[in-house]
Design a protein around this ligand. Structure first.
Ligand code: FES
Ligand code: FES
Length: 150
């Protein structure tokens, strides 16, 4: 199938088989930030945006993206780097395996909920698993970045 979409702000054409996932399609386009974790909609590692909403690309057919805007970490590099530095400075980053999907989710959260409560942050990030952390430092750092009121 021929796909036409907007990828990281640019018009893009590519080919995908009818059963190809968006994750595999994006990696085939050279977008190495899109990672595979569980492949079963559980870890959040493969999160990208479709029309600005976070989706799990391991369970989203590439053909559904035609005519849509798809954004990966490469498309928000500067914002993601700023956020990553902030989290690292607060000791909230460890091996980094979960970072691509996590950063995409946090950036989407900020756009969707400009003034979230801590509980809203927790609920929004519930689908992003981290095998390294106990989540407390991560949650504290994200809430500080989002200026969540205590
Ligand atoms: S790889 Fe997609 S949710 Fe885990
Ligand atoms: S920092 Fe290692 S999996 Fe999240």
């Amino acid at each position: 199938m021929n796909l036409e979409l907007t990828l990281n702000g640019r018009p893009w054409k590519g080919e995908a088989s009818p059963s190809q996932t968006l994750l595999d399609f994006l990696r085939a386009q050279g977008l190495a930030s899109v990672k595979r974790g569980c492949d079963t909609e559980n870890c959040g590692l493969c999160t990208v945006w479709v029309d600005d909403a976070p989706v799990l690309s391991c369970s989203y057919l590439a053909c559904r993206a035609t005519g849509r805007r798809v954004t990966t970490l490469e498309g928000v590099e500067e914002q993601a780097a700023d956020l990553g530095r902030f989290l690292a400075a607060r000791g909230a980053e460890q091996c980094g395996f979960c970072s691509p999907g996590f950063l995409m989710t946090v950036l989407a959260l900020r756009r969707e909920l400009p003034h979230p409560t801590r509980e809203e942050v927790r609920a929004y990030l519930a689908g992003n698993l981290c095998r390294c952390s106990g989540y407390t430092a991560q949650m504290d750092a994200v809430c500080a970045w989002l200026e969540v009121e205590e």
